[in-house]
Ligand binder design. Structure first.
Ligand SMILES: Nc1ncnc2c1ncn2[C@@H]1O[C@H](COP(=O)(O)OP(=O)(O)OP(=O)(O)O)[C@@H](O)[C@H]1O
Length: 466
């Protein structure tokens, strides 16, 4: 006999009593929760305790609006409309998915029933999966972009992760006419990068004109940049002279050491960057130019702005696409590739296949390279001239990079503070003199040629154990 839309009775199921129904509900894997019209929890199945980790006795008879005021069941009770979907249970800090629908007696809502499952772990896994997928996509994209880099960027020796990112961004910006600001310590390859950007741009067949803003005297910089008309000042050339901006017309102007420009010149430069026009010194005709600007600096422009030595508006004009180059000491993974490039070059020049001895390789790895790639290049050039055979040994290197007593004296963190460097050298020397004299202090101070008092003063100052 049918007892409802979805159930019948048989000899085994003569009656659909409460006990049987509760048994069924307890075997459901999803949580089943029933509240009355006052939001009192009147029923929860076993899954409630197993899934949510809360004993059934702790919730039965309690008001849901006190435990979980934002629960979907409360909204359903208020609106009478069923809800499906995801929810976050604040009281337990878990994510659930399920459905809630109202229970009616006649026209009145007498409560509602919620069935849901805990999907916190699934969501977490999904989030992790999405993230892993995102990272994989990012790396794939980076690899593809790296493979598609224009040739000019491939000439830039560097496989370090930061350098690659910079090169990929540089290749992207090269396709546009945007202003580029290259940041990085001296000798890190800012000019090489500026040339690569120009060569990869649509302006590659037009000139790249470099202006070293630090090298031009203040009195000449305006005429250097903007040119002058005949008779502009005593000594001016007949017929006047074109400035760097005009020479760069159609191409790129590379403003190196931009942080060393005076405030007056900064103001004039700002106008050109904004208007792409200027007047020659001593002239009144407005000259219009079509140029892409690449600026570079090793200065801390942000601090200079605070100190009032660099114009904030110029900074914003320049800092449209900043490209940062990592110092060599932070990209030691590129050291050997760079070394090989320069060794190949100098081998050709001296007509001899050059290589580094294992000691030199070790020293290179430990050295800080304050002068970056330029310093590496110079050291190898020096060594290639000094060494008579094919193997470059420690004694072929310039004295300043050779460590004293196997201790490299590093110039770290861009510090050129003489006192600090001297103190470091002094400390190293005292330690090494102590070691070679079996820690005999009287002998050590003799070897160092200093008085007992001075010796002990230094031990204290440098924290060498008494
Ligand atoms: N990635 C590189 N691959 C090969 N050579 C490089 C690389 N980077 C720099 N060099 C070489 O190192 C030297 C210094 O580079 P560059 O002049 O571009 O540095 P910079 O950052 O502009 O220096 P500065 O701030 O002093 O002007 C150059 O001789 C350049 O050829």
């Amino acid at each position: 006999m049918s007892v409802g839309v979805h159930a019948v009775t048989t000899t085994d199921f003569p009656r659909w009593d409460q006990e049987l129904l509760f048994k069924i509900l307890d075997n459901i894997h999803d949580v089943v929760l029933v509240i009355d019209s006052h939001t009192t929890i009147v029923y929860v199945n076993k899954a409630y305790a197993t899934i949510l980790g809360v004993p059934v006795e702790k919730v039965l008879g309690r008001r849901l609006d006190k435990i979980e005021p934002d629960a979907a069941a409360i909204k359903v009770l208020r609106t009478g409309t069923a809800r499906n979907g995801a929810d976050h249970l604040k009281s337990l800090d878990i994510d659930v998915v399920g459905s809630t629908f109202p229970l009616y007696k006649g026209k009145h809502i007498i409560g509602c029933i919620s069935t849901f499952k805990n999907v916190t772990e699934e969501l977490e896994l999904n989030r992790e999966l999405q993230q892993t997928k995102g990272v994989a996509d990012y790396l794939k994209e980076q690899l593809e972009q790296w493979e598609q880099l224009p040739l000019s960027f491939k000439e830039y020796v560097g496989q370090n992760r930061n350098v690659k990112e910079t090169l990929i961004l540089a290749a992207k910006v090269a396709r546009t006419d945007s202003t580029v600001l290259i940041r990085g310590e001296s000798g890190v390859g800012k000019e090489v990068l500026a040339r690569a950007v120009h060569k990869a741009s649509r302006r590659k067949d037009k000139p790249l004109i470099k202006v070293n803003c630090a090298a031009i005297p203040e009195s000449l910089i305006e005429s250097e940049l903007f040119g002058y008309e005949e008779g502009a000042y005593t000594g001016a050339k007949k017929g006047g002279k074109l400035g760097k901006f005009e020479l760069a017309h159609g191409g790129t102007i590379f403003l190196d050491e931009i942080g060393d420009m005076s405030l007056t010149m900064q103001a004039k430069l700002l106008r050109v960057l904004q208007e792409r026009e200027f007047e020659r010194v001593g002239g009144s005709v407005v000259v219009k130019v079509d140029i892409r600007v690449i600026a570079a600096t090793n200065r801390d422009l942000e601090t200079m702005i605070v100190e009032g030595t660099f114009r904030r508006d110029l900074y914003y004009r320049l800092n449209i696409v900043p490209l940062a180059l990592t110092p060599l000491r932070e990209r030691k993974d590129d050291l050997m590739a760079l070394t090989k490039t320069f060794l190949d070059q100098f081998s050709r020049e001296v007509g001899q296949e050059l290589s580094l001895s294992p000691q030199v390789i070790k020293l290179f790895q430990h050295y800080d390279w304050p002068g970056n790639i330029r310093e590496l290049q110079n050291v190898l050039e020096h060594a290639s001239i000094v060494c008579s055979g094919s193997s470059i040994e420690i004694q072929h290197l310039p004295a300043n990079i050779i460590p004293t007593n196997n201790q490299t004296i590093n110039v770290k963190d861009k510090t050129y503070d003489l006192k600090e460097i001297v103190a470091r050298v002094e400390r190293e020397l005292i330690l090494s003199a102590l070691a070679s004299n079996n820690n005999n202090r009287t002998k050590t101070m003799k070897v160092l040629g200093i008085s007992r008092r001075a010796f002990y003063d230094k031990l204290r100052r440098y924290g060498i154990e008494e």
